[in-house]
Design a protein around this ligand. Structure first.
Ligand code: HEM
Length: 482
């Protein structure tokens, strides 16, 4: 009997959905000038469902069609917006922080309000110190001096390992040695990968209740997540304990340079410090590797750009790269920005409205609505970047064509290019990220020719941090000295 009941309920639902998706329902369609068709009760769920495997392309198309450059996607009473400005009025909100809360605890990346502002103050202070910057620079030099590359490698994987080593050394003062491919996979790196991936996939469940139920029952992916998080927490707690001890007995100066020592010195308890450093590892580990991987692929498709970049890099490399030389690399910066405009490491990012609001273009937002800004779509808008917005053209970042007059990088508003977000919550590691990427791209490019094995266009996967599907397999040849 109950089976029959379920059958009828399902049959009825299928009929309702079919009626809504047929064109005969035009009269029930609500006007939604800034988005896909919307119907009473179910909002835009039909269009959403039809496009859920190609959300990036769908959102980008809708965004181009929208006169206000905001799109509204009503989903069963929830609406999803693209935000143009004023990120600060919109905290991440509980639906977002729940996703990463088990892994990140009360760390800066995953909290709002007072807890966020006090951590932000401390972290911003430490990030602006010259001593942290020079420590990070030394870490880079050590890692790049000993590259372990064979003839064919997955460049994305190498950059990921590199970024993990660097962010662990800067955050914890500890080297997981992931770049050494002869060693077994580091358990912290592995647990971090698993935990980040499963936490991000929580967001793709059609109903949050599904992953929450799996968590209560401790089954499937939630069980694996719990185990991975335990590994991360135990590992980092052990490093925190050891660091606290070494600070108490007062070892050498270099022990105090990493973020962990700085956070401990500020008097926070061990669990708070553990969460703070885990947030930094999370934020700094896969973003730079994604950006550099796409840049190398784009360079392989654009010989003229690669040549220009080499012209800038080679003389500086022969002097030995230092802080000052990195600042001079303006064409390199343009190449990195251009690669991130087309393939942003964080392709979309959501907040939740704390109160009813009206956006600058008149779009109404209700308390609790999800509001998403969308760097991927914004990077491909003709009215922001011109008719050639789909092309890789680093020259667009200069006020004049490089080579003709003295090239000067244009100041570009972070609200037009929100790859590092914008406003008070802008990425804290932005300058460190540029330093790292300039150093690595410069070091690799000046020594090696990077030739992708496949001729196919790689696929962009927009998870929590975007990456290239299947990595970037490349042949590495030593560059001939001219
Ligand atoms: C190309 C590289 C990078 C990109 C594109 C990037 C992008 C971003 C974005 C979009 C956010 C905002 C996320 C949100 O609020 O949901 C963010 C926040 C953050 N990033 Fe980065 N990031 C990069 C590298 C780094 C690095 C290397 C570090 C540190 C070592 C770092 C540390 C942080 C931290 C701590 C936050 C949180 C700031 C806050 O909530 O106040 N990032 N980043």
């Amino acid at each position: 009997m109950s089976f029959l009941m379920s059958f009828f309920v399902i049959a009825l639902l299928i009929i309702i959905i079919s009626i809504f998706s047929s064109s005969s329902t035009k009269k029930t369609q609500e006007t939604n000038v800034n988005g896909p068709p919307s119907y009473p009760l179910i909002g835009s769920i039909l269009s959403f469902n039809k496009n859920r495997h190609r959300l990036l392309q769908w959102y980008t198309k809708l965004l181009r069609l929208s006169p206000s450059q905001t799109i509204t996607i009503p989903l069963l009473g929830n609406r999803q917006y693209i935000l143009k400005e004023n990120f600060f009025n919109f905290p991440k909100g509980k639906p977002f922080t729940d996703l990463l809360g088990d892994l990140l605890g009360q760390g800066i990346f995953n909290v709002d309000g007072h807890s966020w502002s006090s951590q932000r103050k401390l972290a911003s202070h430490e990030f602006s110190t010259r001593s942290l910057r020079s420590f990070a620079f030394e870490v880079l030099r050590e890692e790049v001096e000993t590259p372990d590359v064979g003839t064919t490698v997955d460049l994305q994987d190498v950059f990921k390992r590199f970024a993990f080593d660097v962010v662990c050394k800067v955050s914890l003062g500890w080297d997981p040695d992931c770049l050494d491919l002869t060693r077994p996979v580091n358990p912290l790196a592995e647990a971090f990968d698993t935990a980040a991936e499963i936490s991000a996939r929580r967001a793709t469940e059609p109903l949050y209740a599904v992953w929450k139920a799996k968590r209560v029952l401790n089954v499937g992916s939630e069980r694996r997540l719990r185990e991975a998080i335990r590994t991360v927490h135990e590992f980092v707690s052990e490093i925190v304990r050891a660091k606290r001890k070494s600070l108490e007995i007062g070892t050498g100066q270099e022990a105090k340079q990493d973020l962990l020592s700085r956070f401990l010195a500020s008097g926070h308890d061990s669990e708070a410090v553990r969460d703070m450093v885990i947030s930094f590892i999370m934020a700094g580990r896969d973003t730079t590797s994604a950006a550099m991987t796409w840049l190398f692929w784009l360079l392989s498709e654009n010989d003229d750009v690669e040549k220009k970049l080499l012209q800038e890099v080679e003389p500086l490399m022969s002097l030995g790269l230092g802080f000052e030389e990195l600042k001079e690399m303006s064409y390199m910066k343009a190449c990195l920005c251009e690669a991130m405009r087309l393939y942003p490491p964080v392709s979309w990012d959501s907040k939740h409205a704390a109160n009813d609001d009206v956006l600058a273009d008149g779009t109404r937002v209700k308390k609790g609505d999800k509001v998403t800004y969308f760097p991927y779509g914004m990077g491909r808008m003709e009215n922001l970047w011109g008719k050639d917005c789909e092309e890789f053209k680093p020259s667009r970042w200069f006020d004049s064509e490089p080579g003709i007059t003295e090239p000067v990088l244009k100041p570009v508003s972070p609200f037009k290019f929100p790859v590092f977000q914008a406003g008070p919550r802008v990425c804290i590691g932005k300058e460190m990220a540029f330093m790292q990427m300039k150093f690595v791209v410069g070091s690799v490019l000046s020594r090696f020719e990077i030739i992708p094995v496949s001729k196919h266009k790689p696929v962009f996967v927009p998870l929590l941090t975007a990456h290239m599907a299947g990595g970037l397999k490349v042949k590495i040849k030593r560059r001939e000295v001219k």
